[in-house]
Design a protein around this ligand. Sequence first.
Ligand code: 3HC
Length: 297
Amino acid sequence: MEIKKVGVLGCGLMGSGIAQVCATAGFDVTVLEVEQKYLDKGFVGIEKSLVKFAERGPEKGGITPQQKGEILARLKGTTNKADLADCDIVIEAIIENVEDKKKMYASIDGVVKKEAIFASNTSSISVTELLTSVKRPERFIGLHFFNPVPLMKLVEVVKTIATSAEAYEAAYEFAKRLGKVPVRTSDKTGFIVNRLLVPYLLDAIRAYEEGVGSIEDIDSAMKLGCGYPMGPFTLLDFVGLDTTYYITHVMYDEFKERRFASPPLLKRMVMAGWYGRKSGRGFYDYADPAKPVAGKF
Ligand code: 3HC
């Protein structure tokens, strides 16, 4: 089956990024949201990102102003599920909540053509649990993108015990056509990246709680000592403390190991509404986003 038209569920940070890379790779994309205002917000983000690529220019891996126009023309927003009917693959990137995701899949299963592949961008929820909500379990996979989607090269392609080899390979090839590097993984909570990344991020918080170093010093140490692009606290704020906190629950529930459990400080910051960069405050204060100031807790 040839993939030509892509549906994306959700136009938040991940959904808009996924829609952008699909349109950039030449696919016609329809993005579904519950309200027009969320589409408008997501499309503003896409436009901003495309402006950056256009400023860089094709010789440095960017795009031409003409290509920017063509990419935007391939993107369509909708609040009507019927517009997804002829999509060949539908990638879900809505809120990280099992019941909401299952409800969404169940509501489009009868609308989207039956040969289409359903993919979830979930970072921690079991893909197998999600596929119980549809009548096409063999055409259901995980496609896990990374933030910021237009820049990060990796896509984890997640196979469940019910996924057919044909649907899996089609999704794997599709990820390549997006200009990404796909890796094969199975439906074990956290897949490859979060299985290794989450305990590292949580350990950074524990190290801070134990007085090993300040937030700035731990960040500098990991950036300069290991060559990471961001230190753990900068990355935690970037990913979102609420998102990380949610992932700790799912992973701890699966493995029952302390390394996946939330440290007390993370829980308290989430309770206080300090979600990181998106809420203006996390391990750093972003009152001036160009000059984040590390907190002392
Ligand atoms: N679109 C287009 N271009 C963008 C952009 C975007 N959204 N964001 C940044 N850029 C461009 C900038 O304009 C800049 O372009 P230039 O070189 O032409 O000036 C270039 O990208 C580099 O940006 P910056 O100078 O602002 O910053 P960095 O060099 O630090 O790069 C980064 C930014 C790529 C985000 C890098 O810091 C990085 O790789 N950080 C780690 C991110 C990471 O680990 N992500 C995974 C999170 S885990 C996850 O998502 C899984 C989930 O399940 C939790």
